[in-house]
Ligand binder design. Structure first.
Ligand SMILES: Cc1cc2nc3c(=O)[nH]c(=O)nc-3n(C[C@H](O)[C@H](O)[C@H](O)COP(=O)(O)OP(=O)(O)OC[C@H]3O[C@@H](n4cnc5c(N)ncnc54)[C@H](O)[C@@H]3O)c2cc1C
Length: 354
């Protein structure tokens, strides 16, 4: 049995991003690394999107970048430029393929299916298994999507629709999200922000068919790919252990107001790599305290006032769009934050603040 220097538990987005970052920076040259991942095959299971506020290692896995997006509420549409920070989509299938091919070049990297029989010994562990124990009212972003293909050129592939709130909200926050990859192919998702107690929110396929056929007015289409998921909008339980760092969702890399996680995972990987020789002593990497604080208030407002949320999101994006994107991507400065806060209904937010 080999005693590994490093163990990554979970070869998903965070585990593989970290292993890749270490590999391309020659950190596993004279060391051993085991990646524990139970899945038998790697295939596309997620579509990761984000505003590109930072460079990342996966430009060649980007299937589309947009420089403009829209947001709708009933009777109104707002078009927003994002030239400086394009909105990008990564195909997880391409991401897995690229990383696995690179890691296989290194004989010091081992792929194991289970942690059973593995001696922890002196290994340093990067753990992406999240301890998600939601409380009664904790919120989730839960969603499902169809990637559809049509025969005629009907999509405007230059503008993606971030949020279309012109749909049944029930007692939650609900929107559709459309990523047109080209004029004939788009991913359409139905997304809910709620505590997931209302079962009627979960007939996702019916919602998608209804939206595609009645709202987008598309009658003939083929479903090429389906995606379904839920992202916790609360922090996982992180138990600090010696010689262990939590990564990914488990490591608190999700921005709670939006569910965006992918670029935070990339930043965390770079941080670990930069401090690798000193890993047992470094300070934990975190999404800024300011964002944790503001997101907490935002989610309280959302939970208590779901009906106000379409208008709040819409107005937020009528503020300087560059500042909003920076804010949602954890890159805003004090002035940007004030701009955003000024767009919020003051009394509702003040109540939660107090
Ligand atoms: C469908 C979906 C779409 C998303 N889209 C976006 C997006 O557009 N933008 C964005 O920023 N974020 C998005 N997210 C959020 C986030 O980026 C992803 O959840 C991301 O995959 C989190 O990475 P992770 O490594 O923490 O978890 P995962 O990628 O889920 O990796 C965890 C790994 O652990 C493995 N595992 C499970 N059990 C064990 C075990 N017992 N031992 C060892 N390994 C185990 C799993 O097989 C998995 O490979 C999305 C999430 C989902 C679910």
């Amino acid at each position: 049995m080999i005693d590994f220097d490093y163990i990554i538990i979970g070869g998903g987005c965070a585990g593989l991003s970290l292993a890749y970052e270490l590999q391309i920076n020659n950190k596993i040259k004279n060391k051993t690394l085991a990646i524990i991942e139970p899945r038998e095959i790697y295939e596309r299971d997620k579509t990761w999107s984000f505003w590109k506020v930072n460079p990342h290692n996966f430009e060649d896995c980007v299937i589309k970048s947009w420089r403009e997006f829209s947001i709708n509420i009933s009777g109104k549409t707002n078009y927003i430029n994002c030239f400086k920070t394009p909105y990008q989509t990564i195909d997880s299938g391409l991401f897995y393929k690229k990383i696995i091919a690179e890691l296989r070049k290194n004989k010091n990297i081992y792929f194991l299916k289970t942690i059973e029989n593995l001696k922890r010994g002196k290994s340093f562990i990067f753990n992406s298994l999240a301890d998600i124990s939601p409380k009664k009212d904790d919120l989730w972003q839960h969603f499902a999507g169809f990637e559809i293909e049509v025969e005629k050129k009907i999509f405007d592939s230059e503008i993606m629709n971030l949020m279309d709130f012109d749909c049944d909200q029930k007692n939650s926050v609900h929107f559709f999200y459309t990523l047109p990859f080209d004029t004939k192919k788009a991913l359409v998702e139905t997304t809910w922000l709620s505590n997931m107690k209302d079962e009627t929110e979960k007939n996702y396929e019916e919602q998608l068919v209804n939206y595609i056929e009645k709202k987008l007015n598309i009658k003939n289409y083929k479903i090429k790919y389906k995606e379904k998921g839920k992202i916790p909008l609360f922090n996982p339980r992180i138990i600090e252990k010696d010689n262990e760092i939590s990564i990914g969702t488990a490591g608190g890399m999700t921005r709670l107001s939006t569910g965006y996680t992918f670029l935070n995972i990339q930043e965390h990987s770079k941080y670990i790599c930069k401090n690798f020789e000193n890993i047992a002593k470094i300070k934990n990497f975190q999404i800024g305290k300011k964002y944790q604080y503001l997101d907490n208030i935002f989610l309280k407002v959302l939970y208590k006032n779901p009906k106000l949320m379409p208008g709040i999101f819409y107005n937020m994006f009528t503020a300087n769009s560059e500042k909003v994107v920076k804010f949602l991507s954890n890159k805003s400065n004090f002035i940007d934050d004030i701009h955003i806060i000024m767009k919020m209904p003051k009394m509702v937010f003040l109540k939660e603040l107090i």
